[in-house]
Design a binder for this molecule. Structure first.
Ligand SMILES: Nc1ncnc2c1ncn2[C@@H]1O[C@H](COP(=O)(O)OP(=O)(O)OP(=O)(O)O)[C@@H](O)[C@H]1O
Length: 350
């Protein structure tokens, strides 16, 4: 289950699997690692942040995250690639084995008490009471937040409304579907304005309509000036709403930057559709022209275009007697970039 944990509340005890006796991240800045300043350009920064569990597994391997203020940063990667572990370190819920992290320009976990009230989070972990209604759970969470602004009732109703839970507000939490639980977690993160929102897999358990709503909500929050870090193992679900992305693969940050820049550098793809009798012949034509990585999937073909123009491909196919039922240059997706970088499908788990 994924629910919310407000980082305002005291940090959780170390994760059960956390390595004991390991060196932790230096909590306060040293002269060699100067503190970032309030108002720093980056809402989140890490330097060689690393987590090694007691099992010996390095779940997060020296990552340097750069999340600019005002960005919607898609923190992407297959299941098990280290996203949640990173987020838990960022929020001070588990200690780092080495490396350093700053939130809103302040070193973590040392500055947690100051900085976490300005950060909303949706992350894994039990936080809601099963026998209370969704609304009563929010009232309870809000009451624990000493720095919450007044007018609690209005804020709670507004948060429930924003995530589409107004009608189910009085239902008991244990009767909520996974998607409703997820929405309640989001509502808790939205109880008051935050400078930074950290959402771990917010679309988990949501139907396509719920996923669209989360995307819209993230867009609205960003427009209002909130920096949002949103993690997902479903690239396509989230990539369109992101201004920046960081992609994890087996604990390493393999790619980071502005989303449009990352895909425009990727290689051009061609998609062709023909009839069943001509698919193999079409593949032959593409290969002869110099296209690479030609893949046939029924009557559809995909290939890397290189420097060849789609018009030349159309002419060559027609000249070879291949019926061209469809042909398009396809904009590479982040998944294409990921697969090319890692040689793995995006849904690979380990
Ligand atoms: N307490 C723990 N002890 C040992 N290994 C752990 C622990 N927690 C996580 N791991 C391992 O660390 C790796 C990274 O896990 P993490 O939950 O950070 O991945 P993730 O990218 O968030 O995955 P998902 O998308 O499935 O949530 C995984 O291989 C996981 O099995």
């Amino acid at each position: 289950m994924t629910s919310t944990r407000t980082p305002d509340s005291p940090a959780a005890s170390p994760h059960p699997g956390e390595a004991a006796g390991e060196p932790r991240a230096t909590p306060s800045p040293t002269p060699a690692e100067p503190a970032e300043q309030e108002g720093a350009e980056l809402a989140i920064r890490t330097e060689a942040l690393t987590k090694r569990f007691r099992s010996g597994q390095v779940a997060v391997d020296r990552i340097d995250l750069h999340v600019p203020r005002g960005a919607v940063y898609g923190f992407l990667g297959p299941n098990g690639s280290g996203k949640t572990t990173t987020i838990r370190m960022l929020l001070g819920l588990i200690g780092a084995s080495s490396g350093q992290a700053w939130l809103l320009g302040r070193p973590m976990p040392a500055a947690g008490p100051d900085v976490l009230p300005r950060v909303g989070a949706l992350i894994e972990g039990p936080a809601f009471h099963p026998w209370l209604s969704g609304r009563a759970n929010l009232v309870r969470l809000d009451a624990c937040d000493a720095s919450a602004p007044p007018h609690r009732k209005g804020r709670i109703d507004e948060a429930l409304d924003r995530v589409g839970l107004a009608a189910a507000a009085h239902k008991k939490y244990r009767q909520y579907s996974l998607g409703m639980k997820q929405r309640l977690g989001l509502a808790a993160a939205l109880l008051r304005p935050r400078e930074l929102l950290v959402l771990d897999e917010p679309t988990n358990g949501l139907d396509p309509q719920g996923t669209r709503e989360v995307r819209r909500l993230v867009g609205e929050l960003a427009e209002a000036g909130t920096t949002v870090l949103v993690s997902s193992h479903l690239l396509a679900e989230i990539e369109n709403v992101c201004t920046h992305v960081g992609i994890m693969s087996t604990g390493r940050l393999v790619l980071q930057g502005e989303r449009t820049g990352l895909t425009s550098q990727a290689e051009r793809h061609l998609w062709v559709r023909t009839d069943p009798e001509h698919a193999a012949g079409a593949a032959q034509v593409l290969a002869t022209l110099g296209l690479t990585d030609v893949v046939i999937d029924g009557t559809e073909l995909q290939a890397l275009l290189g420097e060849i123009s789609p018009d030349d491909v159309t002419r060559a196919l027609v000249a070879a007697g291949v019926p061209v039922l469809g042909l398009a240059e396809r904009t590479p997706t982040l998944e294409d970039v990921f697969v090319r970088l890692t040689g793995e499908g995006f849904d690979v788990a380990r």
